[in-house]
Design a protein around this ligand. Structure first.
Ligand SMILES: Nc1ncnc2c1ncn2[C@@H]1O[C@H](COP(=O)(O)OP(=O)(O)OP(=O)(O)O)[C@@H](O)[C@H]1O
Length: 671
């Protein structure tokens, strides 16, 4: 029974185990199914991934190929760029060189003439400007005078009519500003009588209006613009100095200390390129900085009153912009400076009715302007000696005048007929400084010989004109001595005139003058002669001392005067050749300096080189002097008939001993 009970239990257990095993087997089968379907799914996904991988691999390969292709292409391009960059500096340098060569071809000394319009209230009927040509020709006329004497022709690089705007004036100045950034020293200045528009041209009437800006502001503005455009290749540093020259004393206009100490000028160029190291130097980063300094400078500038202009500036103001450029590739340094000069008025001492302190100012101004004219004239004639040391102004500007430097002069004219004599004297000054240097193109065109001869002919004509003027003056002197009481004496003769003392016409020569004067009849001198005379008197005040003159003369004349009674003939020759006047002193100094003066003064029948070229005179037949006529008669004949070539030429050998007079004769006669 126990066994059968145990068997029953065992059977029950077996049954239970069978049931359990069955359910387990079913569960496993389910699981197996699930796994199988999962594996199938995974496999499908894997297949998909594999396909995607393959396509990506392919794509990558393609991209890699195109990338390497582009990379190679870029490499080629980069190489070209690298080569271009390599050449950039060379091209830039070449470009600059060519640009400056073009500037050089235009001439390193340029003279632009600007005519001021009539101001409100001025009568436009009586203008002295008759013709303004596009090619730089200018004819001035005296409407109150008749005849040949009243018209004069001048020629400059450019003439700006009264209607020319500030912008138009600057267009022709702009190329020089680029030259400053290329390492050239540039000097721009305005010359003219008081009220002729110097400040208008250089600074402009209103600094707040850009359209009114004068050359100064426009130049500095351009300077900054160009330096910005070049900043990748050259790093520029700009600083400014502003000084004034007043009564031959240099003063800092931008001094912050308040004390206006006098400054010294270095005669030899300093390593840092500064002519006035004592003047304060202010680094500037922008146009605004410059405007600020310029305003301070203008406020500090000395002004005084004259009869011609209430607030006439009686000093020269010089704004110097120093530029230092560092080449970003080579680290090479370039240094240059731009001098912007507003000169004091050039009116004559007598006309400005100045006395005392004003007279002293005017004499200083005349002296320095005359020295400036001498320097530029010497440079234009490529003279071996350039008299920089004769004034503070020329010492200060030395680095910007001559050599590689470029100079631009604005000649300012007042068209009013009352200013006719000043206008002519301004134009004569300008013509003297611009006479020769009209550019290489011009000098290529004319052979050296021809030009030399032209110079000599012009000089001879000038000498003849001087002689005629001298005779006229002597006639006037005679009229005065004879008691011609027209109140002219006081106007014509300035007892303080340095010239009367310095030239010192000897009694003997005065006697001769009288003899000559008597041949003219008793024609009373007109006001023009009178002002001309006093002009020259006052002009003399600005020239070198008589000692200087005598020294030079002794150097150049003895050999020419050999065999003659020197004390007598010297005076005579000075007079006859026209050396008794101021301009001739300059000429003498020019000659002793080793160069010939162009002597381009025009005077009615006497033409400048330019006039001569434009309107060649027909040679007049030689004057035939009756055998028994006196010297005075002969001179009278010369004077009344105009400059007869043959009757005046015999004086020439004094000056042109080595110049081949025969050549000159034949050339003159040919012309
Ligand atoms: N081109 C011009 N257009 C209009 N007005 C002008 C021109 N040039 C000069 N003026 C006017 O003429 C007057 C005198 O000019 P400015 O003061 O420039 O002469 P200046 O030669 O500098 O005299 P100073 O020797 O006294 O300095 C001013 O009223 C000025 O505005």
């Amino acid at each position: 029974m126990n066994l059968s009970a145990f068997l029953l239990i065992s059977r029950k257990k077996v049954k239970e185990l069978e049931t359990f095993s069955e359910s387990k087997s079913r569960r496993w089968k389910n699981k197996e199914h699930t796994y199988k379907s999962f594996i199938n799914y995974q496999f499908g996904a894997f297949q998909e991934l594999r396909a995607a991988l393959e396509s990506m691999k392919h794509e990558l390969l393609m991209t890699k190929r195109s990338y390497s292709k582009e990379f190679n292409y870029l490499g080629v391009k980069l190489k070209v760029l690298a080569e271009a960059a390599e050449n950039y500096h060379a091209v830039l340098t070449e470009n600059r060189k060519l640009y400056n060569e073009v500037q050089d071809l235009k001439g390193n000394i340029r003279v632009y003439c600007r005519i001021r319009p009539f101001l409100q209230g001025q009568s436009k009927k009586h203008t002295t400007i008759e013709y303004v040509g596009d090619d730089g020709e200018l004819i001035v006329t005296n409407p109150l005078k008749q005849g040949k004497e009243s018209r004069r022709l001048f020629k400059f690089n450019k003439v700006f009519s009264p209607a020319t705007t500030q912008e138009e004036v600057f267009v022709d100045t702009r190329p020089l500003i680029r030259s400053v950034l290329d390492g050239y020293n540039v000097c721009i200045f305005a010359y003219g009588q008081t009220g002729s528009g110097k400040t208008y041209t250089m600074s402009g009437p209103n600094v707040l209006s850009k359209g009114d800006w004068g050359v100064n502001y426009r130049a500095v503005h351009d300077l900054f613009q160009i330096s910005q455009s070049r900043r990748n290749s050259i790093y520029y540093e700009v600083s400014v100095q502003m000084v004034e020259i007043y009564n031959e004393q240099v003063r800092d206009l931008l001094s912050t200390g308040g004390s206006q100490k006098r400054l010294g000028i270095w005669n030899t160029a300093q390593p840092n390129g500064l002519a006035v190291p004592g003047a304060s130097m202010h680094p500037v980063k922008s146009m605004t900085d410059v405007l600020e300094f310029m305003n301070i400078g203008l406020m500090n500038r000395a002004t005084g009153a004259t009869a011609l202009n209430e607030r006439s500036s009686r000093s020269h103001s010089v704004l110097t912009v120093h530029v230092r450029g560092t080449d970003s590739k080579t680290n090479a340094l370039l240094r240059s400076s731009l001098h912007l000069v507003d000169l004091a008025g050039s009116e004559r001492v007598d006309r400005s009715e100045a006395t005392g302190e004003r007279l002293r100012e005017a004499q200083h101004i005349n002296k320095s302007l005359s020295a400036l004219g001498d320097v530029i004239s010497a440079l234009a004639q490529k003279s071996s000696h350039v008299p920089y040391r004769n004034s503070k102004l020329t010492q200060l500007l030395q680095s910007s005048l001559g050599g590689q430097a470029k100079t631009l002069m604005f000649v300012q004219l007042n068209p009013d007929v009352a200013s006719y004599s000043e206008t002519v004297s301004t134009l004569k000054f300008a013509e003297r400084v611009s006479g020769v240097e009209l550019g290489t193109a011009r000098s290529n065109k004319e052979g050296k010989d021809v030009r030399e001869l032209m110079d000599q002919v012009a000089y001879l004509k000038d000498t003849i004109a001087r002689k005629d003027e001298e005779i006229e003056r002597l006639q006037l002197l005679k009229a005065n001595v004879n008691g011609a009481k027209r109140g002219l004496s006081s106007l014509c003769y300035d007892s303080s005139s340095p010239r009367r003392h310095s030239i010192g016409i000897s009694k003997q020569s005065q006697g001769q003058s009288r003899a000559r004067g008597s041949g003219f009849g008793e024609k009373a001198a007109d006001m023009d002669n009178c002002s001309k005379y006093s002009d020259e008197n006052s002009e003399a005040g600005s020239h070198q001392s008589m000692d200087d003159f005598r020294n030079r003369k002794q150097l150049s004349l003895p050999s020419k005067l050999s065999g003659r009674d020197s004390s007598q003939n010297l005076t005579e020759d000075i007079e006859l050749v026209g050396f008794g006047d101021v301009d001739s002193e300059e000429r003498l100094s020019d000659i002793s300096d080793g160069g010939l003066s162009m002597g381009t003064e025009t005077d009615g029948s006497i033409c400048s080189v330019v006039e001569y070229t434009l309107f060649p005179e027909v040679a007049k037949p030689a004057e035939t002097t009756p055998p028994n006529s006196t010297t005075a008669d002969a001179i009278q004949a010369e004077s009344t008939e105009g400059p007869s070539v043959s009757s005046k030429l015999p004086k020439a050998p004094l000056v042109f001993a080595k110049a081949g007079v025969d050549k000159i004769f034949s050339f003159v006669i040919e012309q």
